[in-house]
Design a protein around this ligand. Structure first.
Ligand SMILES: [Zn+2]
Length: 167
């Protein structure tokens, strides 16, 4: 199973993200259902629209998914920040600060003890990659849940085992 940290689908109604094309999103809100749901939970992200500043990354993610699936791999979309909120709670220091990086490294070593030996040279992008891979691991063990409408593309999140479960 391969986890990719990028949108792997387009909003319903869109065939592309080109302003020159006449395709229009079917839903009223901006982006995909999974993105609107995460935004409502206070989890910020780039929404997939024709005005997206990560358009190239969206196309690249969708292309990679298609290629990897053709090779027989199962590909899932993940969002490491949302995974981190699920795993560590909302009060996560910013990953671009030294305190934020130290926090992440410490938490990742708890989740993935084998990484401890090589954690020194790890930057925040590598931390996100580790969280993405860990989310795929949880998915393979049935410990994730889906955010978003299936036909529009879903994001896999670590299962939140709490009474105050909020969709
Ligand atoms: Zn189009």
């Amino acid at each position: 199973m391969i986890a990719i940290d990028a949108p792997l689908s387009l909003p319903k109604g869109l065939c592309c993200l080109e302003e020159s094309c006449s395709c229009q999103p079917a839903a009223e809100g901006k982006g995909r259902d999974c993105e609107r749901k995460l935004t409502k939970q206070g989890i910020g992200l780039f929404r997939t629209t024709k005005k997206s500043i990560i358009k190239a990354m969206v196309y690249r993610g969708i292309g990679l998914k298609t290629e990897l699936e053709a090779m027989g791999y199962e590909v899932i979309e993940v969002y490491p920040y949302a995974s981190k909120v699920r795993l560590f709670g909302k009060n996560i220091p910013k990953k671009t600060t030294p305190a934020g990086l130290a926090f992440l490294k410490q938490r990742i070593c708890q989740l993935l003890p084998d990484i401890t030996a090589c954690i020194d040279g790890v930057n925040h992008d590598m931390c996100d990659a580790a969280i993405a891979a860990y989310t795929a691991y949880l998915c393979s063990r049935g410990k994730t849940e889906l955010c978003g409408e299936a036909e529009e593309g879903t994001i896999y999140l670590p299962f939140l085992d709490r009474v105050t479960h909020d969709h």
